[in-house]
Design a protein. Sequence first.
Lengths: 90, 93
Amino acid sequence: MQLARVVGTVVATKKHPKFEGAKLLLVQPTTVDDQPRGVPLLAVDSVGAGVSERVLIVIEGRAAGEALGRKGAPVDAAVSGIVDRVDVTE
Amino acid sequence: MCPTDMQLAKVIGDVVVTRKDENLTGVTLLVLQPLAADGSPIGRTLVAVDAVGAGVGETVFFVRGKEASFPFYPTEVPTDAGVVGIVDHWDLG
C-alpha cells in the first residue's frame, strides 16, 4: 500500500458499467515525508475521502474490486483509508 | 527486482488510520523500507499490513500482491503488501 494525497476528482459519463456509482479520485503518491513521488493515478473511493486529504491506497485489483463492492470490476487501485498520522522513527 | 518477490525490509514506522475499509479494522499498518542483501535501504518505502506482530525497528520479510491478505482468511483484507515473518538473521554465502 502507498501513502498518497487526494489531488482531484474525476468525472466520466461514458465508462464501463462496473464503474456505475463509483467515486473516482486522482491521487498523488507521496513519501513518508509527504513529498510527491511518481505520477498521479486514479483510485476508486470507498471511505469518503476528499481533495487534499492524506490517504492510504491499495494497488491490487482484487482488493480494489472489493472496495467497489463488486467482483470482476476493471479497477486496480482503491482508497482504503484516511490517514490520521504517520509515525516514522528513522 | 520482481515486484512480487518476497523481500527483506526494516519496519521504520506505523500508520494510524481511523476512517477505513471495514476489513482493515484491527489490522496493524507498518511503514517498511525494503533492504538490499547487505542490509542497506533500497527502493521505495511502502505500507504493509502486519500478520506476525512485528514492531518498529525489526527486520522482517514481506510479500506483495493479493497473497498479502491470505493470513487473514476468510476476512478479505484490502491490501497489496503484508509482513509475514520476523527475521532473526540472514547470512550471505
